[in-house]
Design a protein around this ligand. Sequence first.
Ligand code: ATP
Length: 248
Amino acid sequence: ASPEKILSVDNIEVIYDHVILVLKGVSLSVPLGGITALLGANGAGKTTTLKAISNLLKAERGEVTKGKVIFKGEEVQGLSPNDLVRRGCIQVMEGRHCFGHLTVEENLLTGAFTRRDGNAAIKDDIEMVYDYFPRLRERRGSQAGYTSGGEQQMVAIGRALMSRPTMILLDEPSMGLAPQLVEEIFEIVKKLNEEQGVSFLLAEQNTNVALRYAKYGYILESGRIVLDGDAAALRNNEDVKEFYLGLG
Ligand code: ATP
C-alpha cells in the first residue's frame, strides 16, 4: 500500500486575469509527516502552486480552472484560506510577511486568530514557539520591523505555528538569508517535522539545501512538473546537477 498522503494536488491548471496560463497541469503529493520540496527557477510557478493549494489566488486575480486539491482526504477548493487554516493547513508567504509595527510577540498572537481554545493554551503555544526559536524570546518586545531578516522569517514561521498546523506550505524560506541562517531555519523545519509531526511542502530556489532536508522533490519548469523523485536520486541526477545544483 502507498503511504498515506496528507496533501494531493491533482492536475491543476491556474490562470491569472482570465488569460495568462501559468500552471499547465501540476500534480504532486506530500506524505503524512513528510517534507517535500517544490523546486524551480524564478517564475516557474512555485508560489502560484502554493497559493492554489491555500486558496490565496483570488486576491491576485488568479483562479484554478482545472484539477483538484485534496487535503486530509477532502477536496478543499471551495474553502476560504481561513477555513483551510482551521483544518490545519497554512501557508507562510515568501518575503517574511509580518506586521512591522507590532512587536514580535504581538505578531505571534495574530497567528492564533482562528483558535477558540482560550488564552491559556495560546500562552503555552507562545512558549512552545520560543522554545523552537530562542532568538524570538529574546526579541519578544521588539518591533518586528526592526528585527533582522532571519528573525522576521522566524516570526513568520512562528506565527503560522500558532494556528497549530499539521501542514505548512513554506515559500522560499531561504530567500535573502546568509547561509548560516538558512541552515538554522531548515534545522528548525526538521525539528518541527520530527517533534510535532508537521508535514511540509517547501518551495525553494535553493535546490541544494532543500534536497538535503526534503525526502522527495518535484521540479517545476514553466508551469509543469518536469522531474520528480527521492531527494537522493535528484541530487545524483545529471540534469539536476547541471541546471539546479551548479555542480555540472
Ligand atoms: P518566484 O521565485 O519569483 O516566486 P515562482 O516559481 O514562485 O517564482 P510564480 O510567482 O508562481 O513563480 O510566478 C509564475 C508565473 O506567473 C510568472 O511568470 C509570473 O510572472 C506569473 N504571475 C505571478 N503572479 C501573477 C499575477 N498576479 N498576474 C499575472 N501573472 C502572474
